[in-house]
Design a protein around this ligand. Structure first.
Ligand code: FES
Length: 588
């Protein structure tokens, strides 16, 4: 009798009904195990598979291609390469569809659908027979959704990202989504460019399929996934249309087979130390503020609670090293040419847990030792010459945000980071749209723009925290103002913008009772956000206008509104978080 190298019987020597892996895994329940397997094999043979092929480890591949998702436009090529890698390693590739979510094609918001995608991913990973899976995502919410779902299942899993888009050229200037989308739109609003030019640049901002080309949420999550140890080395940065991206896909397939054979489940990869490495990278890359929300959600699936105070302490000792827009000057393709994540991780070495395990079965330190030689480049700065002396994100607390709020200090105006001003309040997104450009709006450059009711329950947390500068001030040359909301903003945006105010207005957070004319003070150095209104006045306003928490009569919206958590818990559904607590992170 043949045996496998580990002393166990070879797969083909075990009666198919005795097996609990491969195609025999998770049989449909007909009350007759033998019949269930017989039926399954009959159906899959209808697709032309042989018994020999069906003896192999089954490796799932999530297909998130969609005509509505150009960020995943290279999905066919990636799936082909992943399959090649799986076959080379002796596995059987099986691709299957899940929901795909694109930022600009998701109404009301992509955040509304992230948890649905995570549930779809989780349940399909559980329901279908696979020994490991390659998760292919890219656009902002897809990678978090996949990592959340996979974390809950625990199956061996490799994250593969679609890769960044190429940059374009507009009248001699390099441009890319979406920092330049905002910059050009701001110039158009201010009357600096005309309709012809804004239409011209619209053709150039997204020069190929792939994800946004700056340190937006997609790039941030790609780098976080690699820092977590959830990707093969070098996965984060190759642009979508390059040979490097295809090679990474092939390698991801190989590694998934190796993980299945080794029984390398995600509880060994998604540890507190891996999450801490991911947080360091988020802070050091001047990454998207959304990265905090998504990391909190992924960590919550593993039983960890994000400690915002400890994260802020970590931020104080983690300088921004990556010179990428919007905090810096470069694009993802430049980062890749500069060595990609290996260059950044080498610089961060003293701050990382090098013993954290990765999907390859080797530690982060071992993978860094194996990475190619370092070379001179101008995208990743050395620790002693950072872009910004602290981490990109600071956490604020105070009577306006008892549960915390955040600001991307590396992309803010230093002049406004210690500031007190008069509040100009918008009750919701519609109110903002109706009045922000009103020539009679009572607003001045030193005022504080406040937008309420765009938190998780208020409006499914849209990226509307980047309030536009009122047109009359923009036309007068005002480029930045202090802006505060309970919503999010795109990682591609910049400005002095306080986000994720917790608790949100819609559930009765103090923000609900801020009125125009109140005074608000922030001190980023002191990590404070204070609303200069007495407790007595707050109680009077609360009694006069109690909050009506949003509800829905049916469907997914009902589930969302009844179960969604606040920003500090990742905006996940409460029933999807791990039942057992492993404590808070970061711990160091
Ligand atoms: Fe998909 Fe930016 S819109 S990554």
């Amino acid at each position: 009798m043949e045996h496998s190298g580990n002393g166990r019987k070879a797969a083909h020597d075990v009666h198919p009904e005795e097996r609990r892996d491969g195609i025999s895994k998770g049989l449909t329940n007909y009350g007759d195990r033998g019949f269930s397997l017989f039926l399954r094999k009959a159906f899959i043979k209808g697709a032309g598979y042989t018994d020999r092929a069906l003896e192999r480890p089954v490796i799932g591949i999530t297909n998130t291609g969609s005509a509505f998702n150009p960020c995943h436009g290279n999905m066919p090529q990636l799936i082909e390469a992943v399959k090649r890698g799986i076959l080379m390693a002796g596995g059987l590739p099986m691709d299957f569809p899940t929901i795909s979510v694109h930022e600009a094609f998701s109404q009301p918001t992509s955040m509304y659908l992230r948890n649905l995608m995570s549930m779809d991913t989780e349940e399909m990973l559980r329901a279908q027979p696979m020994d490991a899976v390659v998760l292919i995502g890219g656009c902002d919410k897809t990678v978090p959704a996949q990592l959340m779902g996979a974390a809950s299942v625990g199956l061996p899993a490799v994250q593969l990202v679609t890769g960044s888009m190429l940059t374009g050229s507009h009248r001699g200037e390099q441009v890319g989504a979406c920092t330049d989308c905002r910059r050009y739109w701001g110039r158009f609003r201010a009357g600096e460019i005309d309709e012809t030019e804004v239409a011209d640049v619209n053709d150039q901002l997204v020069a190929s399929v792939g994800t946004c080309s700056v340190a937006g949420t997609a790039s941030t999550m790609a780098c976080i996934a690699e820092a977590l140890g959830m990707t093969v080395p070098g996965c984060a940065t190759p642009p979508a249309v390059t040979a490097d991206r295809i090679r990474v896909a092939e390698r991801s397939g190989q590694v998934a087979v190796e993980m299945a054979r080794a029984g390398l489940t995600l509880d060994k990869v998604l540890t507190a130390r891996n999450f801490e490495n991911a947080m360091r990278v988020l802070l050091a890359m001047g990454g998207s503020t959304n990265g905090i929300v998504h990391l909190a959600a992924i960590a919550g699936r593993m039983g960890y609670t994000l400690d915002l105070h400890a994260l802020d302490a970590m931020s104080r000792s983690t300088p921004v090293l990556l010179d990428l827009k919007p905090s810096g000057d470069h694009y993802m393709e430049d980062f890749h040419a500069a060595g990609g994540m290996a260059s950044l991780l080498h610089e961060l070495r003293p701050l990382l847990h090098l013993d954290a395990l990765t999907v390859t079965g080797r530690t982060l330190g071992e993978e860094l030792d194996a990475a190619g030689p370092r070379f001179s480049q101008n995208v990743v700065r050395p620790l002693e010459r950072p872009i910004y002396p602290q981490g990109g994100i600071a956490v604020l607390h105070g009577n306006l945000a008892p549960g915390g709020a955040i600001i991307k200090q590396s992309a803010a105006d230093a002049r406004l980071m210690e500031h007190e001003g008069r509040a100009v309040v918008f009750e919701n997104i519609q109110d903002l749209a109706d009045r922000i450009d009103d020539p009679d709006l009572d607003v001045e450059a030193d005022d504080v723009l406040v937008l309420k009711n765009i938190g998780p329950k208020g409006a499914a947390m849209p990226e509307a925290g980047y309030l536009p500068i009122p047109r009359k001030l923009a036309a007068a040359g005002v480029k930045d103002m202090l802006r505060i909301s309970d919503g999010r903003m795109s990682g591609t945006a910049f400005g002095t913008i306080v986000l994720h105010v917790t608790p949100e207005a819609a559930v009765g957070g103090p923000l609900a009772w801020v009125q125009s004319g109140d005074r608000i003070r922030i001190s980023v150095a002191g990590r404070r956000i204070d609303w200069l209104v007495s407790d007595e006045e707050l109680r009077r306003r609360q009694a006069a206008s109690p909050v009506d928490v949003p509800q829905a009569p049916r469907g997914y919206q009902r589930l969302f509104l009844s179960s969604v958590t606040q920003a500090d818990r990742g905006v996940d559904f409460d029933f999807l978080m791990a039942a057992e607590s492993k404590g808070s992170i970061p711990r160091s």
